[in-house]
Design a protein. Sequence first.
Length: 210
Amino acid sequence: MMRLILFGAPGSGKGTMGDFIQRDFLFPKISTGDILRSAVQQDSAEGGQARSFMESGGLVPDELVIEMVRQRLSRSDLGTGYVMDGYPRTLTQAEALSRIACESEKAIFIEVSEAEAVERLLSRLTCNNCGAIYNRLTKPPKRDGVCDVCRGRVERRADDNEEAVRQRFRVYAERTMPVIDYYDRKRVLARIDGGGPAARVYETLKGLIA
Ligand code: ADP
Ligand code: ZN
């Protein structure tokens, strides 16, 4: 079983690339952001614990996220591989993930300028039901406010506002950059240029997986 891990700043395109990989390689995309948002929506105990951290752009406590991922990875639908989007984000999470076995592991760091990432986040729209990603300017849903995939409601994420975005970048630099170094030292890290249209970035990325 192959474990692919996507790294990149908020707005770098991790989620979009994860969706493409899921479609073409049939690797389930495991997005801790999506799992947490659905917990918040369902008003579960975990969602209640996570909500305020997410809205302010901070990190949800490690214990909670590590346990959610452990449960997700114990399901039997993983097939020949899976792709992680947004996890691990701290060294503690990376160490916990390393204790879960896999045959091969690849980490891909999607690099994009902060200016381009911020611009994408502030025009991004997300389906609050299935997590599908749209963009007000470059990829609006066919029907205004309605998801093409599931007919759910498409809107701006609660944390895609200027203040939370600034905090997410700060947290990314402080907590997640060291995790990228950790995979670099493990010699499993590749870097790709994440600037420009998603389809072009994906062509490069695909070459690294097959
Ligand atoms: P992005 O990469 O665009 O910032 P995500 O959807 O991956 O957004 O995550 C949204 C929020 O969910 C994060 O800002 C954080 O509060 C929480 N979150 C997601 N993944 C993790 C994680 N691995 N550890 C802690 N918090 C997380
Ligand atoms: Zn949807």
